[in-house]
Design a binder for this molecule. Structure first.
Ligand SMILES: [Zn+2]
Length: 426
């Protein structure tokens, strides 16, 4: 007896299921268990996974010849990457600052001189929503080609109500026209805009006033604040995020990227879904976070690209029971790469994660960091069919053969959108 399916993916050497963690992220030793099925296959129907088993079992259960059959050809089949932290909707680029940094200027020096985030604000404000959708669409397409099927994207290059809504509106439009699923976050408190130079208090009041309007627009799911040296204080962040929570937005926080201001405690206090960066977090901050439900999102591409020594103490976090996720932080200044594959390599080389831990952190744990752990991030019956096929014989090759795109096929919500490394959805 065979059942119909829409797609079967056959002949994988390894299927990484990442199963068993849809209710809560994986911690500690669980992060080394990828739930591997050797010689596995996956069946998909109506956008969902309906079966995962060995090649022979799937062959016997489904009418393999009658459907779309994807031949994994001895490769790795795994959940699409979830990138839980990006700033992917922006205008312009900052390659000039890259050269300035090579000559010795720091990221914070450039920010203080009106460069950095504020230069991207100027470029983003200069674009119409259609232009913003067009330029950001090219980034979204690259993400899909590199195997990212869900990405959180933050606003924060508008810094006034109309411009922030324009950016969030562009995300909504991108969600309609591209298969990648965008989780939108309002980051009005990303930097103090030029109009409020010397009046941070005045700008915080503006952000507080924006929150109910942003919530009513239906364009954002989370609110985030850049809590760090040169940005917003813990007290500013507490005011903004408390109000965000009161109006019904989920809460995230950028903390301890350049300095430990105590943002980890605030994230724990507010029950944030994630706290991101954590390059300078204290041991006690980790312990406090590990007692709650907040996921630590680590962004190793940033210290790498900014040529900074400090990396988040990822191994300590894992040992202490904090669930850890990985993201690109894709943005034009501090990490202009969309590749979660390179982030997996950096997490191994710079933070000491095992390949399995890094893969877990970029899939199921990353899904929890954007509130979608029950829907994506693992290959389990009933979950959304976000599946990628990689041209490597085992998951250990993913961080090892670094700097090239291993993703051959991307299936998003049961639809093949990338084939032979080319976009096929258009
Ligand atoms: Zn960021």
């Amino acid at each position: 007896m065979t059942d119909p399916a829409d797609i079967v993916i056959m002949n994988a050497n390894e299927v990484l299921t990442l199963g068993g963690a849809s209710d809560a992220p994986k911690t500690d030793k669980q992060m080394n268990d990828l739930g591997i099925i050797q010689g596995g296959a996956v069946a998909i129907k109506d956008g969902r996974i309906i079966d995962i088993a060995t090649n022979n079992e799937i062959h016997n259960r489904y009418v393999v010849d009658a459907l779309e059959m994807i031949d994994a050809d001895g490769g790795v089949v795994m959940p699409g990457f979830v990138d839980p932290h990006t700033h992917a909707v922006f205008g312009g680029s900052r390659e000039k600052e890259f050269e300035q940094r090579l000559e010795g200027k720091s990221y914070l020096d450039i920010l203080k001189e009106g460069g950095g985030i504020l230069s991207t604000v100027r470029a983003t404000r200069g674009l119409s929503v259609e232009e913003l959708v067009a330029v950001s669409g090219t980034h979204v397409e690259k993400m899909l080609l590199h195997g990212t099927t869900t990405a959180e994207v933050k606003s924060g290059y508008g810094l006034n109500l109309d411009e922030e809504l324009k950016i969030l509106g562009a995300m909504g439009r991108l969600n309609e026209i591209h298969p990648l699923e965008i989780v939108p976050t309002f980051l009005g408190a990303h930097a103090v805009p030029k109009e409020f130079a010397g009046d941070k208090e005045g700008y915080v009041a503006k952000v507080l006033a924006m929150l109910p309007v942003v919530k009513d627009s239906g364009l954002a799911r989370f609110c985030d604040v850049f809590c760090d040296d040169g940005a917003f204080s813990v007290e500013d962040s507490r005011r903004i995020l408390t109000k965000a929570r009161d109006v019904g937005l989920g809460v995230k926080l950028h903390a301890c990227e350049f300095k430990d201001l105590g943002g980890a405690y605030l994230a724990a206090e507010l029950g944030a879904v994630s706290v991101d960066h954590l390059d300078h977090v204290s041991e006690d901050g980790i312990r406090t976070l590990a007692m709650g439900d907040t996921v630590g999102v680590l962004l190793p591409g940033v210290p790498f690209f900014l040529m900074q020594e400090n990396e988040a103490p990822a191994r300590r976090m894992i040992e202490m029971g904090l669930p850890v996720a990985l993201g690109t932080d894709f943005n034009p200044g501090s990490c202009p790469s969309v590749s979660m594959q390179i982030i997996v390599t950096l997490a191994c080389l710079e933070m000491g994660l095992t390949p399995a831990q890094a893969i877990c952190a970029s899939t199921i744990n990353a899904a929890h960091a954007v509130g979608l752990g029950r829907h994506v991030g693992s290959l389990e019956t009933g979950k959304k069919a976000d599946v990628i096929v990689l041209d490597i014989p085992s998951h250990k090759h993913l961080p090892y053969q670094f700097g090239v795109n291993h993703v051959d096929v991307v299936v998003k919500a049961g639809r093949t959108v990338v084939e032979n490394k080319r976009a096929v959805w258009k």
